[in-house]
Ligand binder design. Structure first.
Ligand code: HEM
Length: 498
């Protein structure tokens, strides 16, 4: 190997000179900072990978004392490695997401933080791939989820009716549990219920399978949960990239996770088997590619969509459970709505704001990874610039951008950034380029499942609010994070029938 081209970079790195240029000069984060009180080291390792939000926080440790561009833009550089740039500046996030795609010189999605996902689903999925493979996958797999397909009146009514039926059946079962207990209230963690109903909607209503609720709850939900946990662990720990199928199941844990991956494969087979009959979404799917070309995407849709929709709906319930006034306002608005057409949802303005505020304060995907493919200049809407070298790993820290007082606080929106206030959106235009919270991403790699996800979440949250009054059992609303974020208490609430 010829090391000559790397020597100038190594010399610069050893001299501690920043690789970044332009007006938005990020501040350097030290690799080790003994005595600083910093919560952890600024890279994932076996002791901190379960705390990814704390890891991101490390980059901004003490940054609020900085009044320059380093306040929201930081970098880490270790000699011999590509720099890591982390930003919580919405203007920079917007510019970089807009400039991510398959055109020459554009950013790629960085595959480094998602190697575990690729090992579990395949590398050619819409989520993991870049360049031409990504473009082909997008053309192939995104249209059935798009607004125009999903909201064709006939199509929409069919989905909405089956979705509603599924959700109501599950909530009636909860209601019966409440009656059976003889009490007027019941205490339970709602996240598992939400997850099961989300998987049922996806597999049965959307992909046309006929799984029983018992199979979903007893086999597929727990298997997918463990696969997702394993993906996070595998990304950090499996540096050699050894596929699980090559590792013998000699411990009980390994044998179980191998069985979980088999259940994931089995579920993917069941979904793909519906293609021939044209059930559910498959009627909209016009392509003659073989099933094997769709496999990795179906896996991403099953695991990823389940994670993201469960996170979004869980957070929405979790916030409303701590804000009785907001909950009551949502109830008053939606109690007369039975049909969740886009028009009806547009009318339910406060409900829309409550959901928007949920994604802002507690986004399901808390960071968006990118990689500079060439030496790149990023230009913001006000003309200011940032240059970075080819190979830079970029972490767009949406979680901290959305929670910073500078961007969403009293001075900008009228309310503290860390408070859950749907009314914040009274004076903000939702979806405007100036108020982006990146809950579904932005630019060419924006979420293709946005409309499906919004519909599912509105149905589930709407139905729960309509049937029950609920109250959080813990005041604090802490976060746990892995592939997505979730309320740490599992949405522990006390439910009471309305
Ligand atoms: C409602 C909850 C959902 C949320 C909050 C959400 C969020 C996101 C976000 C933030 C991204 C952008 C990631 C990035 O820029 O790096 C994304 C991408 C993606 N989402 Fe979603 N998503 C949701 C539901 C879904 C559903 C229901 C599906 C499919 C059935 C889906 C499939 C995907 C795929 C395949 C990508 C990658 C797109 C690409 O790279 O071109 N998502 N999602």
């Amino acid at each position: 190997m010829n090391f000559a081209p790397y020597i100038p970079q190594l010399v610069r790195q050893l001299r501690g000179i920043s690789p970044f240029g332009g007006d938005i000069q990020p501040a350097r984060v030290p690799l080790f900072a003994p005595g600083s009180g910093r919560p952890t080291l600024p890279f994932p390792h076996p002791w901190n990978y379960k705390e990814p939000i704390t890891l991101l926080e490390t980059y901004f440790w003490g940054a609020d004392a900085d009044s320059g561009p380093g306040r929201h833009n930081r970098y880490l550089e270790v000699p011999g490695f590509s720099p890591i740039f982390v930003t919580r500046d919405p203007r920079v996030i917007r510019a970089i997401t807009t400039d991510t795609g398959d055109k020459p010189g554009q950013f790629d999605r960085d595959t480094l933080p998602t190697t575990g996902i690729a090992r579990a689903t395949g590398e050619d999925s819409l989520l993991y791939s870049n360049g031409q493979v990504w473009r082909n996958q997008k053309k192939l797999s995104a249209p059935p989820f798009g607004k125009t397909t999903l909201f064709q009146p006939e199509q929409f009514h069919e989905f909405a009716a089956t979705f509603r039926h599924t959700v109501m059946q599950r909530l009636e079962a909860l209601h019966e549990r409440l009656n059976f207990s003889g009490q007027s209230t019941i205490q339970l963690a709602l996240e598992p219920e939400i997850k099961a109903v989300m998987l049922e909607m996806l597999t049965n209503n959307f992909f046309g399978c006929t799984l029983t609720y018992e199979e979903i709850v007893a086999r597929y939900v727990p298997a997918l949960e463990r696969v997702i946990d394993h993906i996070v662990r595998d990304t950090v720990m499996n540096r050699l990239g050894i596929p699980l199928r090559r590792i013998p199941g000699f411990t009980r844990g390994l044998a179980r996770i191998k069985e979980d991956y088999r259940a994931f494969d089995e579920l993917t087979d069941l979904v793909l088997a519906q293609r021939k009959s044209g059930a559910g979404l498959w009627r909209q799917f016009k392509s003659d590619v073989p099933d094997v070309a769709l496999r990795s995407n179906i896996k991403v849709f099953l695991a990823g969509a389940l994670e993201a929709t469960t996170s979004y709906a869980s957070w929405a319930i979790s916030h409303l459970a701590r804000n009785p006034e907001a909950q009551e306002k949502v109830y008053q608005e939606i109690k007369g709505i039975d049909d969740y057409t886009p028009e009806a949802l547009d009318q339910a303005e406060y409900f829309g704001k409550a959901l928007e505020e949920t994604l802002r304060l507690t986004p399901a995907l808390y960071f968006l990874p990118r990689r500079a493919t060439v030496d790149t200049e990023v230009v913001l809407s006000d003309g200011s610039k940032l240059t970075m070298p080819a190979g830079t790993h970029v972490l767009l820290d949406v979680w901290h951008a959305n929670r910073h007082e500078d961007h969403w606080g009293v001075g900008v929106t009228g309310y503290p950034a860390l408070d859950y206030v749907p009314g914040r959106w009274d004076n903000l235009e939702r979806g405007s380029k100036e108020n982006l919270h990146f809950g579904f991403g932005h630019g060419p790699r924006v979420c293709p499942g946005k409309h499906l996800g919004q519909l599912e979440v509105a149905l589930v949250v709407g139905a729960i609010v309509k049937i029950f009054r609920f109250r959080a059992l813990r005041r604090q609303n802490h976060v746990k994070a892995g592939v997505s974020t979730k309320p740490a208490d599992g949405v522990l609430v006390e439910l009471e029938r309305r």
